[in-house]
Write a protein that binds this ligand. Structure first.
Ligand code: GDP
Ligand code: MG
Length: 717
C-alpha cells in the first residue's frame, strides 16, 4: 500500500536521524515552496511505495515562526495519511506540548518515543501502553541513532494510515470547553468535521491566519469575540495563555500516570557540567580554550603533519614530479606546461594542501556539535548578545555561518523583527566561514609559527565585529528597538556518535574538494593567465609586467595603510570575492610563478613571510575576515534583504569596518614594535576614537531621551 507519512516533532528530537534510518539513501532534498526552509522527502526503505516527509522542527503549531507555518500548512493542506510524532522521550513533558496540538489536526498518529537509550540510562521508565491509550494512538520505543524500533514505527504508521483511527484530543476545564463548544457551533457548517477541534481552538486563540482562511461574517466575528472575551474575563487571562496552561495541565495528568522518575543521574551530570561550562565568568574563557584546543589539534599538530606531507611530499615531489614526467613524455612544453604547472598545480594545490588540516578541523567541530557543546555556545552567546541589545536569535545564523555564510544569511529568516533581521544579515558573514580557514591557516603558518591562538582569535575578531556592529547600529534610529525574545532548550550532553561525526566530516571534505575543482580552479587559471601575459598578449618574463600586476598596482596603494600595499596581496584579496579560498590559491599561483624558491613545498609560506611583517599579516587576515564576503554570500544577502540599496549598505559597511580594523591592527602593531609615530598612526587613532564614540555614545531612541530628560528635571528640582 502506498501512504504519505509525515515526521513531526521538536527540534533535536531525532527526526532527521529517524528519517535517514527509515529512508536509507532514497531521499530528495529541496526547499518548501517560496521559503528557504529545507524540505526532505524520501521513500520507506521497507516499502518503496510509502513516502515519508520530514517536517521542520517546531515546538508548537502557532503561526509565529517560518518553521511553524511551513509545518502546519503542510499538515492542514496536504493532509498526510499519518503523522509520526517524534518525541524526545527524555524531555517528554515539553515534547507532549506539540503532541497535544498535532492530535487536534484530525490525522492518524503514531508516537515515536525516541532517545529511549537516554531514558533507560537515567533509570526512568515510561508506560507506553498507558500513554498510547490516553492519547488514542500507538506508542513505540525507539532509539534512532542505534536504529532501534525503526521497523515497528514504520509498521505502526502504515497501520494507522490504513485504519484511519484518530488520536484523542486534550480535554480542558469546563469554561474553556464551553467556549470551544460555542465556537464549533459557529463554524460547523463552514469547516471540515475532522479538524473542527483544531479550528475552534485556533479561533479561540485569535489566530489571524486561521481567521482569514474562514469566510466569516461581521456578526459571526462579533459573536466569536464575545465568546472569547467572556472566557478571558472568567479565567482572568488572555485566551492564548489559557490554552497553553490548559495543555500543560492535561500533560501533567498524563505524566503522573505514565512516567516513573528515575535517578536523574545523567541530567545531574549534564547540569553539573553546565554550571561550569555556561558559568557567567568562566563561559567565555572556556569557549576560548576549546577553540584554541580545536585549532591546536587541527592546525598545529595532527593536521599539520598531514598538510606538511601533502605540501612537501605529495604536491612538491609526487604530483609535480609526475606531472613533469607526463608533460615531458607527451612532449608538452611552453605555454601549456606552464598553465598546468604554474596555474593548476600551484593554485589548486595551494588550496588542496590544506585538506588534511580541514578534515581534522571538521572532525573536531562535528564532535563539539554532536556532544551538545555547540548548543551551549549558542546559549552563552545569546546571554551576551542580549546584554548588548541584540537578539539572541542572531546567533543561530552566525553559528551556521561558521560552516558557510550563504545558509547563515538565509537562517536569518527565523527572526521576525525586520530591523533585527537586517542587522543580522549585515553582520553574519563576519564569522570566519569554512572557506576563510585556509587564509587563517596560511597566515598562522607563515607568520606565527602555526600558533593555534591566531585561528582561535579569528573567531573572537568575528564575534567582536558582530557585537560592536550591533551596538553601534542599534543606536541608530533605523535599527533601534527591543530585541526579540529567544528560548532555547539545552539537550543533555552525550557521547558523540562516530557515524554522525564521520559523515559530517566526509560531507564537509567533499564540498571543500568540489569547490577547489569547480570554483577555485577556473579562478586560478584566470589569475595565471593574467599574470603570464601583458596587455599586448605576449608572455612576460617577470610577472611584474603582467596585466594582473598593472591592475593590481592600480589598487594596491589603497591597501598601503594596512601594511600590504604590494600588488600581489591586493589581487589576492580581490580574488577572494569569487571564493575566499582563492586568496590562498592566488598566492599559490603568483608566488610559485616567481619560482625562485620552489624546491620545498612551503615556498608560499617563506615568500609570504618575507613579504609581510606579523602586523601586516594579521592586518591582511583581519581585512579578509571582515570585508565583503564572496559573491555567493553577497547574492544571499541581496535575496534576504530584497533590496539593492540595503545590499550595498551591508557590503559597504563590511568593507569599511574591515578596512579600519585592519588599519588599526597594522598601525598600532607598528607602533608597538617600536617603529615610531607616523601619519598612519594618527589616522588610525582618529578613526579608532570615532569608532569608540559611536560605540559608547548614549542610545538615540526617543524613550531613552525622554527618560533622560525626565531624570534631569527631577534632579534639577
Ligand atoms: P532533529 O533536529 O529532530 O532532526 O534531530 P537530529 O536527527 O538532528 O538529532 C539530534 C541529535 O540527537 C543528534 O545528535 C542525534 O545523534 C541525536 N539522536 C537522535 N536520535 C537519538 C536517540 O535515539 N538516542 C540518542 N541518545 N541520541 C539521538
Ligand atoms: Mg533535522
Amino acid at each position: 500500500m502506498n501512504h504519505t507519512i509525515a515526521l513531526a516533532g521538536n527540534p533535536n528530537s531525532g527526526k532527521t536521524t529517524m528519517f535517514n534510518q527509515l529512508t536509507g539513501s532514497a531521499q530528495y532534498v529541496g526547499n518548501w515552496p517560496g521559503v528557504t526552509v529545507e524540505k526532505k522527502e524520501g521513500r520507506l526503505k521497507s516499502d518503496k511505495e510509502s513516502i515519508i516527509q520530514d517536517l521542520p522542527g517546531i515546538y508548537s503549531l502557532s503561526p509565529y515562526t517560518l518553521e511553524e507555518v511551513v509545518s502546519r500548512t503542510y499538515l492542514i493542506e496536504q493532509r498526510p495519511e499519518a503523522i509520526i510524532n517524534v518525541i524526545d522521550a527524555s524531555n517528554l513533558e515539553r515534547n507532549l506540548y506539540l503532541t497535544t496540538q498535532l492530535a487536534e489536526l484530525g490525522v492518524p498518529m503514531v508516537l515515536a518515543l525516541n532517545m529511549m537509550d537516554t531514558v533507560k540510562k537515567r533509570g526512568q521508565s515510561i508506560n507506553k501502553e498507558k500513554l498510547g491509550r490516553m492519547l488514542g494512538c500507538d506508542a513505540v520505543f525507539t532509539a534512532a541513532v542505534h536504529a532501534e524500533g525503526m521497523e515497528e514505527v514504520a509498521q505502526k504508521a502504515k497501520e494507522a494510515a490504513t485504519s484511519g483511527r484518530l488520536p484523542k484530543t486534550a480535554s480542558f476545564s469546563s469554561p474553556v470547553e464551553n467556549a470551544l463548544q460555542r465556537i464549533s457551533a459557529l463554524i460547523q457548517d463552514a469547516a471540515d468535521e475532522t479538524y473542527l477541534r483544531w479550528l475552534s481552538i485556533k479561533l479561540f486563540e485569535r489566530d489571524e491566519k486561521v481567521m482569514s482562511g474562514l469566510d466569516f461574517s461581521e456578526t459571526a466575528k462579533n459573536q466569536l469575540e464575545a465568546i472569547i472575551a467572556e472566557c478571558e474575563a472568567a479565567m482572568d487571562d488572555d485566551s492564548e495563555s489559557i490554552i497553553t496552561s490548559e495543555r500543560y495541565q492535561y500533560i501533567a495528568g498524563i505524566m503522573g500516570e505514565c512516567v516513573q522518575k528515575g535517578r536523574e543521574q545523567l541530567t545531574a551530570v549534564s547540569d553539573r557540567i553546565d554550571t561550569v561550562v555556561t558559568n557567567r565568568i568562566l563561559a567565555l574563557p572556556i569557549f576560548a580554550f576549546v577553540m584554541w584546543l580545536v585549532y591546536f589539534i587541527s592546525m598545529a599538530t595532527v593536521g599539520t603533519m598531514g598538510t606538511d606531507w601533502v605540501n612537501d611530499v605529495l604536491f612538491a615531489d609526487i604530483v609535480a614530479g609526475t606531472v613533469d614526467a607526463v608533460l615531458g613524455a607527451l612532449g608538452i612544453s611552453g605555454m601549456l606546461a606552464s598553465l598546468i604547472q604554474d596555474g593548476i598545480v600551484a593554485g589548486a594545490g595551494a588550496v588542496l594542501g590544506f585538506l588534511p588540516q580541514m578534515m581534522v578541523l571538521f572532525f573536531c567541530l562535528a564532535i563539539l556539535e554532536d556532544c551538545g557543546y555547540m548548543a551551549r555556545i549558542a546559549f552563552i552567546m545569546d546571554r551576551m548578545f542580549r546584554r548588548f541589545g541584540l537578539s539572541g536569535k542572531s546567533f543561530i545564523p552566525m553559528l551556521v555561518a561558521i560552516g558557510c555564510g550563504v545558509p547563515g544569511v538565509m537562517a536569518s529568516r527565523t527572526i521576525e523583527n525586520e530591523r533585527d533581521r537586517k542587522l543580522t544579515i549585515m553582520t553574519t558573514t563576519f564569522m570566519p566561514c569554512g572557506a576563510k580557514l585556509p587564509i587563517i591557516a596560511l597566515i598562522a603558518g607563515a607568520l606565527f609559527d602555526g600558533s593555534p591562538a591566531v585561528a582561535a582569535s579569528a573567531y573572537f575578531v568575528g564575534i567582536a565585529a558582530i557585537v560592536c556592529s550591533g551596538i553601534i547600529l542599534k543606536k541608530m534610529k533605523t535599527f533601534a528597538g527591543e530585541p526579540a525574545p529567544f528560548v532555547m532548550e539545552l539537550p543533555a550532553y552525550h557521547i558523540p556518535s562516530g557515524r554522525n561525526v564521520l559523515l559530517h566530516m566526509w560531507d564537509k571534505a567533499k564540498s571543500f574538494v568540489r569547490r577547489a575543482g569547480v570554483i577555485i580552479l577556473p579562478a586560478t587559471i584566470l589569475v595565471w593567465f593574467l599574470s603570464t601575459f601583458s596587455w599586448s598578449l605576449s608572455t612576460v618574463e617577470d610577472t611584474a609586467d603582467s596585466i594582473l600586476a598593472s591592475v593590481g598596482n592600480l589598487i594596491a596603494p589603497l591597501f598601503a595603510p594596512l601594511g600590504w600595499g604590494d600588488w600581489q596581496s591586493a589581487v589576492a584579496a580581490f580574488t577572494g570575492l569569487i571564493a575566499k579560498e582563492n586568496v590562498v590559491g592566488t598566492f599559490g599561483v603568483l608566488f610559485e610563478y616567481a619560482g625562485e624558491l620552489s624546491e620545498d613545498g612551503t615556498e608560499i609560506w617563506s615568500t609570504l613571510a618575507a613579504a609581510f611583517t606579523p602586523a601586516a599579516g594579521y592586518s591582511f587576515l583581519v581585512f579578509n575576515l571582515l570585508c565583503a564576503p564572496c559573491f555567493a554570500a553577497i547574492g544571499a544577502i541581496k535575496r534576504e534583504m530584497g533590496s539593492a540599496k540595503w545590499t550595498m549598505i551591508a557590503v559597504g559597511y563590511q568593507c569599511l569596518l574591515a578596512y579600519v580594523a585592519a588599519m588599526w591592527v597594522y598601525q598600532f602593531g607598528r607602533l608597538l614594535s617600536g617603529e615610531g609615530f607616523s601619519t598612519g598612526t594618527a589616522v588610525a587613532a582618529t578613526t579608532l576614537l570615532g569608532f569608540l564614540y559611536l560605540l559608547l555614545r548614549p542610545a538615540q531612541s526617543c524613550e531613552k531621551k525622554q527618560l533622560c530628560r525626565a531624570g534631569k528635571v527631577s534632579e534639577a528640582r
